[in-house]
Design a protein around this ligand. Sequence first.
Ligand SMILES: N[C@H](CCC[C@H](N)C(=O)O)C(=O)O
Length: 286
Amino acid sequence: MQFTKMHGLGNNYIFFNLLETSMGEQDFAKLSKKVSNVNFGIGSDGIILIGSSDVADFQMRIFNADGSEGRNCGNGLRCVAKYLFDHMYAATRDFTIETLGGVVRVEVEVDKRQIVRYVTVDMGTPKLLKGMIPMAGNPSSTAINEPISIGAKLFHMTCVSMGNPHAIQFVDDIEDYPLSTNGPIIEHSNLFPERVNVGIVTVRNRNELNYRVWERGSGITMACGTGACAAVVAATLNDMIDKYIPITVHLPGGDLTVSWDEHDHVWMRGQAEYICHGELVMEEIN
Ligand SMILES: N[C@H](CCC[C@H](N)C(=O)O)C(=O)O
């Protein structure tokens, strides 16, 4: 089985192109757990399937390193967009991709050799109601800087869905925050019936954020596109950054430009890179 390994700011996935070869009734959860493991597999934050769609130009599915299926993936979307344009599946520079979290529109920017360098994604509208995150509590209320106790710890969280769930906390210095301790506690709290991506943000100024993530199903990664979008929405809701302008989000793997526009759409612009192509020995997987 052919694969391509790509990353968006170090958030790396193994991509399978189902437009070329079907993988049949594959147990994608099992495949992702095996392939994502750096010792017994290839090593990645998960797998991404590129396929056809009845409601958009293409479809993207993402499975985390633990085998759970994600509902959206910002860094993955930029990689998929680059792959589809570079391999001439996409006839135009802008096209749509179906995810479990909804259909998004992407636009690729090419250099003079027609190679994709940057991708802009219209990530759609953020969902703020607890019933849409989803999280416990009154489903038609929101969690904006809400004090939330989990175990013996008190957190102040702003919760946003970008198609996938994010719990955002604002701290003085993201490097000091015990993310590998608190991340799994929050991810697996019964407050979040579908678990949650845990984002930590330091506001540098009115148009720059620092952001780190403990990802649902993958743990600490170098970057999270949907998380960066959720961070900008959360910082805006808490009046920590200026509205409607492009915000630079600094992640461990690099920078993204995110804006939440006056039409309630969140836009993310960033790079996507190839790492390698390869052949997966399938009998080792089953
Ligand atoms: N790294 C991805 C997010 C993966 C989300 C996944 N961890 C989940 O929601 O289960 C991104 O760039 O948006």
